[in-house]
Design a protein around this ligand. Structure first.
Ligand code: ATP
Ligand code: MG
Length: 459
């Protein structure tokens, strides 16, 4: 999903944001560096054919057309881009008139999606810098300083300065295959530096999610966060509290299911950002005597990263269950001390922790339900032997719960003997183990049912 569409409600207005050209930072408005094709490594061979189709069609219709964002950055670094975004001076309606397989989305930030089967090429019109206040129907900043509408179109330079990091603001021009660099992004790519465009304090306040993005890109690319960019992060971390839980949840998935969970976890903790996402977990980790939750979580994340590298499926439910395990245990112990039956205490503790966590990160039920199963099954797995053990094997979440138990044992929370017993037990009863619960597929509904050629059409 396009970032602008999501962040608009979270942005506050700072007209000087992208204009700052403080000394020492590599950016001055009004200057652009053209890097001709012969001096950079981006080849069309590595660009998705669909993105090329979009770029060429725009160009042939007389518009400017550029590849921008992570696509350009990753190609320059020799990595495979996740997706390709296009920036143009064509207005959304003009884009639509060029492509049959195109729909316009977003009211507050209108942009075009050109669809090629599963691949979507996002085409955004260059935006002008925010002017603040009410600029009529196209641009509006509410009383709290949030931008509620941003449809004032501008030029490529304004568009570059509105982006987050310099390495994300490089434009690959399909007209001559050159790269346009307004913010010093090429030098930063070469140096391996992640630098926020403009004044970092201002830009992080505009959209605090940029702090999470800084961590994610730093670990993913192996880049160092530039000193000025990193300086305000610890102090501004609490601003994440104002971000809608659903948006934080999406960011969290990118942080923990992108293959660098452990690195992100450590860096997020370093910048006081982790406690903004998982306050209950951070509190549990803060208790000096609790070494095992840290080991449990660290091992769980290392496993997750390994599974991703091996192309095995991963679910956030398992990681979440690990994050919240210590808080759940502590609450369950408290409820038991108040007289509740252990299973009842675990049920209630699980519900309470899920509810408290959801206030920060909106966790969909398809994740919270398996989490509770994993926790409840721990009680059953702690008692070995008898018919109950055989029955546990047929629980659809047995596998996850068993993996969870192994981590608990490795972290020293339960005896290794117990884990070993289950390892052996399930080997001798392999035929009784339920297949893992099928993973829910995102439901995709086609808006335009009348389309004749649903796949691969070029409009
Ligand atoms: P990846 O897709 O690999 O995670 P990306 O850089 O492409 O990385 P996207 O979230 O796809 O990230 O966004 C595309 C581009 O939009 C970014 O490269 C950046 O130029 C701009 N952008 C995204 N989010 C923000 C933001 N919160 N503030 C400013 N610019 C942003
Ligand atoms: Mg992207």
């Amino acid at each position: 999903m396009r970032w602008e569409a999501v962040v608009l409600y979270a942005l506050s207005f700072h007209p000087q944001a992208a204009n700052v050209s403080d000394t020492g930072r590599n950016e001055t408005r009004g200057t652009v560096t053209h890097i001709p094709r012969s001096e950079h490594s981006i080849s069309r061979v590595n660009i998705s054919p669909n993105a090329l189709k979009v770029l060429y069609r725009l160009k042939d219709a007389g518009y400017q057309a550029h590849l921008v964002g992570g696509g350009v950055r990753d190609l320059l670094l020799g990595r495979e881009p996740k997706d390709f975004d296009v920036a143009t001076d064509a207005h959304p309606e003009e884009v639509r008139s060029l492509f049959r397989n195109c729909r316009l989305i977003g009211r507050r930030f209108r942009l075009a999606h050109v669809m090629f089967g599963r691949e979507i090429i996002e085409v955004a019109t260059f935006r002008a810098l925010q002017q603040g206040g009410d600029q009529g129907a196209d641009q509006h900043v509410d009383d709290e300083g949030r931008i509620v509408r941003d449809n004032v179109f501008g030029d490529i330079e304004g568009d570059a300065f509105r982006r987050d990091f310099s390495v994300n603001a490089l434009y690959y021009n399909i007209a001559d295959f050159s790269i346009m660099d307004y913010t010093g992004g090429m030098a930063d790519i070469e140096k391996g530096v992640l630098r926020l465009i403009g004044d970092p304090d201002t830009r992080f306040r505009e959209d605090p999610v940029r702090m999470l993005r800084a961590v994610r890109f730093a670990t993913k690319l192996g880049f160092r966060i530039e000193a000025e960019t990193e300086r305000p992060i610890k102090a501004l971390a609490p601003l994440l509290g104002d971000i809608p839980p659903a948006r934080l949840f999406d960011e969290m998935l990118k942080l923990f299911l992108g293959g660098s969970a452990l690195d992100n976890f450590e860096m997020l903790r370093h910048y006081n950002l982790f406690e903004q996402l998982f306050p209950l977990t951070e509190r549990a980790l803060g208790h000096e005597e609790n070494h095992f939750p840290l080991m449990l979580i660290a091992r769980g994340m290392a496993n997750t990263d390994k599974r991703i590298e091996e192309d095995k499926p991963v679910t956030p439910a398992f990681l979440f269950a690990l994050f919240l395990w210590q808080p759940v245990r502590e609450r369950a112990a408290q409820l038991e001390a108040e007289g509740q039956h252990p299973a009842q205490a675990m049920q209630h503790a699980g519900s309470q922790m899920i509810a408290e966590q959801a206030a920060v990160l909106a966790t969909p039920r398809r994740f919270s339900l398996p989490m509770r199963d994993i926790w409840m099954l721990q009680l059953r797995l702690e008692n070995k032997g008898g018919r109950r053990s055989v029955r546990a094997l047929s629980h659809p979440r047995f596998r996850a719960a068993y993996d969870f138990l192994l981590l608990r044992a490795a972290a020293g929370e339960v005896p290794q003997d117990l884990a070993d017993w289950w390892t052996e037990f399930q080997e001798t009863h392999a035929d009784q183990i339920a297949q893992p619960a099928s993973r829910p597929r995102p439901r995709k509904r086609r808006r335009n049912r009348s389309r004749r050629k649903p796949e691969g059409q070029t409009g």
